[in-house]
Structure formats: structure tokens, C-alpha cells
Design a binder for this molecule. Structure first.
Ligand SMILES: Cc1cc2nc3c(=O)[nH]c(=O)nc-3n(C[C@H](O)[C@H](O)[C@H](O)COP(=O)(O)OP(=O)(O)OC[C@H]3O[C@@H](n4cnc5c(N)ncnc54)[C@H](O)[C@@H]3O)c2cc1C
Length: 468
């Protein structure tokens, strides 16, 4: 018979009393999932807790928001991904507290009372959230792009905007519906801008009778001197040139000073400009998951400006060698918040735990292998920076396709993505355009219309759909 684990107090099913080392992983993103997978062959029991049921491939979220891919192909269920990992148990719950001294995690499942999960080793990988730089009121009108819900909401707003433009007879309103503002010239902002333009100019061609979707304006704002500045001056200039060629208005040194449901105000080189537009995408700034602040307060660990926890060189929490903080919520050697850092720190933490359980071995410093970075601009155009080798255009885009297919989880999802890309980029199709005027998101769009004279059409349309 197995010996009870020292300190085990909870006899419920979630905390079986065994002599196996218990690992709790919070978060099934890139960091948490790679850690769980690595522990498959370790003599440990793993509980992976996530507040969603899926592993989200965030780098392709913009393709969900612009109708290229479906949610299933970028967010496979964690249970499915880990079904063959017999030592891993997946829990759907929101972690609200961590007791470092008692070695317990408190999680709130969608049903029933909070549960307590005991651990011998803990990996915290809850990532980051969007940051509005102290203006959280912008969130309702300028949606960020961090989750499936964000992407589906943006998809409804983007495709809904073309519908509203088709409906309204007021030319000023039509212009406002056909103006899309993207805040933040990093990879997410650039990818969104490129895809909205391609959608308007290629995919929606011939779909409407009262408007020409190609009249859409896509504005990309960045407060700095250049977009994609982390890629260096040359690639950044190539990206800006490519975007402008396909029709994106790139506005650098332009700081957004106000956002409402009807307009966006920007302080740029030519002064203050208030632009009428209904669809805004917030792709600027991130801050660490709230669990980072909680852990920092409990352990005394420092935080950086983005709220990320300053960990020790082996990714552990100061004073708590059994707790690892990894990925986007970790601050170490100025490493960027990218998928590769999350995956590698996840594997590093898991390898340390496996070694300790097997032989009591010591931990090693984390060494990052930089595999470069890339951003897609539009079809057949991407920029890639790999150890100083800089590639752009079609070759960059082919590299982008290869890398994203390689890292997308699941063979079927890779196959589907490839087929959709052929359809969208070689052809013009966007299959994932389904929106309903009864969706809450469409109501958000409707709210700004309904109050204006001459635009009762949408309200009537909603009522008609509701009656049907
Ligand atoms: C739109 C977008 C595009 C990107 N493009 C790229 C790119 O092209 N290349 C690149 O390298 N990186 C890219 N990134 C960054 C990359 O996705 C992140 O660096 C990576 O996902 C970080 O992994 P993580 O495991 O730290 O966190 P995440 O992947 O964010 O995972 C965190 C997990 O924790 C869960 N969670 C959070 N809080 C709780 C809680 N309290 N309780 C339970 N579960 C919780 C979440 O549901 C989530 O599953 C992009 C990010 C975004 C948003």
C-alpha cells in the first residue's frame, strides 16, 4: 500500500493521498502545456488547472478575428491534447489564491464550492492580459486580442461594421463604419491591419450592393517612431512600406488620447485628430496576470513595469525553490513575452522537477535559445529576424507558414489551417464569417446606432430576427 504524502490533509478526489510527487500547473498556455507534456515520463502526478477548456494558439488569433480560421483550429481542448498523458489530470477552474506556506492552490470551478489543490511542486503559467495604460474604460469600445472571446467579439464587430455600412444611408455614418482603427504597431496590430485591408479589398468583393468594401480605411497608430521597432530599422521600414502599398494608413508618433464608441482621438505630428470610427482594436501593451501581484506580495519578490515577477535564474520564486513562475508573467534577463520563452521555461521547470524527483539533483540556470521572431504583413509578405539574418517578402512569408504549421497543436488543425490559407491567400475566401445580429456583440454595435436619427433600420432588423 502507498504511504500517505507528508502534509496531505484533503482526502477528496482532487488530492489523492499517494507517495507520488504532486505537481500543480496553473495555466494551459504555451508554458503550462509544454511543462505538462514534458512530465509525461516523470514519476509524478500532474494537475493542470485552467479557467478555459482549451490551449490557445494566440499567434493566430488575428486570423480568427478576420474570418480565416475557426476557433476550434486555434484552440484545441486541453483534455484532448493531453488524453494520452495518463499522469495528467485537467481541471476547469479559476485559480484565486496560492498559499505558499501551506503549499496549496485555491481554485473556483464553474460548479460547486472552491477546491483546494495541494502540491509538492507548483508551476505558475497564467500569462498576461491586455493593458490600457490606466484607461480601462477604453476596453468596452476598443477590444483587445488576448482570448477566444476577444477574437469572436472583434470578428462580430468587423463583419458587423460592413453590414451597418450597407444599411445606413448617411454618408458620414457609412464612412465611420468603414473606418477601422488599430492601436499599437507591434506584430498583433500589424497583422490585424493587413488582414482587415485584405478582407475589404479582396474577400468581400462583390458581396454588397450599397457599398464598395474596398472603400474601407484601415488606420494603424503607434506612439513610437516606427512600427515593429523590435525588428530593427530596416525590417520595420519594409513592413511599413508593404502595409502602405496594400492600403493601410500607418501613423507613427501618434498617441491615442481618447476612445469612445464613435471616435478615436490621436495626438500626432500634425496635431490632434478626432476620427469618426466604430471599430477599434487595442493591440498596445500587456501586463502580467493578476496572480503575479499576488505571488509577489506573498513572497516579497520584485516586479517589473509590466507587473511580471522577478524570478531567480532557474525560474523559481525567490525563497520558494518548489515554485516556478514561467512564460509571460516572468521577468528574467529582459526576455520578451513570446511563445518560445514560455515553451522553453515550461520545459526547463518540468525538467528541474523531474530531475529532483528522480535523483534529488540541483537546479540549473535557464538558458534561452533565441529562435528569432517573425510577423506576417499580408498574403505573401512577412518579416523574419533569425539571429541577425533578416528576411522579408515571399521567402519570409513561406518561413512564417512553415513555423506556424509546425507549432500549431494537432495534425488535423495543421491540415485545416493549410487548406484555409490556400483558400484565403491563393483564393479570396473567408469561410469563418458567421455572425448573428442577436449576438451581444452585435448589440454593442447597434447601441451606438440606435440613438441616432435615420438609422432605425438595425433596430428593426434585430426585432425582426428576434421575432423569427
Ligand atoms: C494576439 C497575440 C499574438 C501573438 N503572436 C505571437 C507570435 O507571433 N509569436 C510569439 O512567439 N508570440 C506571440 N504572442 C505571445 C505568446 O502567445 C505568449 O508569449 C504566450 O502565449 C505566453 O505563454 P504563457 O503560457 O505564459 O501564457 P498564455 O499562453 O497566455 O497562457 C496562460 C493560460 O493561463 C490561463 N489562466 C490565466 N489566469 C488563470 C487563472 N487565474 N486560473 C486558471 N487559469 C488561468 C489562461 O486561460 C491561459 O490558458 C502573441 C500573443 C498574442 C495575444
Amino acid at each position: 500500500m502507498s504511504k500517505p504524502v507528508k502534509g496531505a490533509i484533503d482526502q477528496d478526489l482532487r488530492n489523492p493521498v499517494r507517495d507520488r510527487h504532486r505537481v500543480v500547473i496553473i495555466g494551459g498556455g504555451f508554458g503550462g502545456l509544454f511543462a505538462a507534456k514534458f512530465l509525461r515520463t516523470a514519476s509524478v502526478d500532474v494537475t493542470l488547472v485552467d479557467r478555459t477548456n482549451h490551449h490557445l494558439f494566440q499567434p493566430l488569433l488575428y486570423q480568427l478575428a478576420t474570418g480565416i480560421l475557426s476557433e476550434g483550429s486555434v484552440a484545441p481542448p486541453l483534455r484532448q491534447v493531453l488524453r494520452k498523458h495518463k499522469n495528467v489530470r485537467v481541471e476547469l477552474a479559476n485559480v484565486t489564491a496560492i498559499d505558499l506556506l501551506g503549499k496549496q492552490v485555491v481554485a473556483e470551478p464553474p460548479l460547486g464550492p472552491p477546491v483546494t489543490l495541494e502540491y509538492d511542486s507548483l508551476i505558475v503559467a497564467t500569462g498576461a492580459t491586455g493593458s490600457y495604460f490606466g484607461h480601462d474604460e477604453y476596453a468596452a469600445v476598443a477590444r483587445g486580442l488576448k482570448s477566444i472571446d476577444d477574437a469572436l467579439e472583434l470578428r462580430a464587430r468587423i463583419f458587423g461594421a460592413f453590414e451597418m455600412a450597407e444599411l445606413t444611408e448617411d454618408p458620414i455614418e457609412r464612412r465611420a463604419w468603414l473606418t477601422f482603427a488599430i492601436v499599437g504597431g507591434g506584430p498583433t496590430g500589424v497583422e490585424m491591419a493587413g488582414q482587415i485591408v485584405e478582407l475589404a479589398r479582396r474577400s468581400l468583393k462583390g458581396n454588397f450592393r450599397n457599398i464598395d468594401p474596398a472603400d474601407a480605411r484601415v488606420l494603424l497608430f503607434d506612439g513610437g517612431d516606427a512600427i515593429l521597432s523590435s525588428f530593427g530599422t530596416k525590417l520595420s521600414a519594409i513592413a511599413a512600406g508593404s502595409l502602405e502599398r496594400i492600403g493601410v494608413e500607418v501613423r507613427t508618433q501618434s498617441r491615442v488620447t481618447n476612445v469612445t464608441d464613435r471616435d478615436i482621438t490621436v495626438d500626432g505630428p500634425d496635431g490632434i485628430d478626432a476620427i469618426r470610427c466604430h471599430v477599434k482594436v487595442w493591440a498596445a501593451g500587456v501586463s502580467a496576470s493578476p496572480l503575479a501581484a499576488l505571488l509577489a506580495a506573498a513572497s516579497g519578490a520584485g516586479k517589473d513595469r509590466a507587473g511580471r515577477i522577478e524570478v531567480l535564474p532557474d525560474c523559481s520564486l525567490p525563497g520558494h525553490p518548489e515554485v516556478f513562475v514561467i512564460g509571460d508573467m516572468m521577468s528574467l534577463n529582459n526576455l520578451p513575452g513570446v511563445a518560445e520563452v514560455a515553451m522553453q521555461t515550461g520545459i526547463h521547470a518540468a525538467a528541474t522537477i523531474k530531475r529532483r524527483v528522480k535523483s534529488g539533483g540541483s537546479s540549473h540556470d535557464f538558458v534561452y535559445r533565441d529562435l528569432g521572431s517573425m510577423a506576417s504583413i499580408s498574403r505573401y509578405s512577412a518579416i523574419v529576424d533569425f539571429k541577425g539574418i533578416r528576411v522579408s517578402g515571399l521567402l519570409g512569408w513561406l518561413m512564417w507558414v512553415f513555423v506556424h504549421l509546425a507549432f500549431l497543436t494537432g495534425f488535423k488543425n495543421r491540415f485545416i489551417a493549410l487548406a484555409k490559407w490556400v483558400g484565403a491567400f491563393v483564393g479570396r475566401s473567408r469561410d469563418e464569417r458567421t455572425i448573428s445580429m442577436l449576438q451581444a456583440s452585435a448589440r454593442v454595435i447597434a447601441a451606438s446606432l440606435a440613438v441616432r436619427p435615420g438609422e432605425e433600420d438595425l433596430t428593426r432588423l434585430i426585432e425582426r430576427e428576434g421575432d423569427a
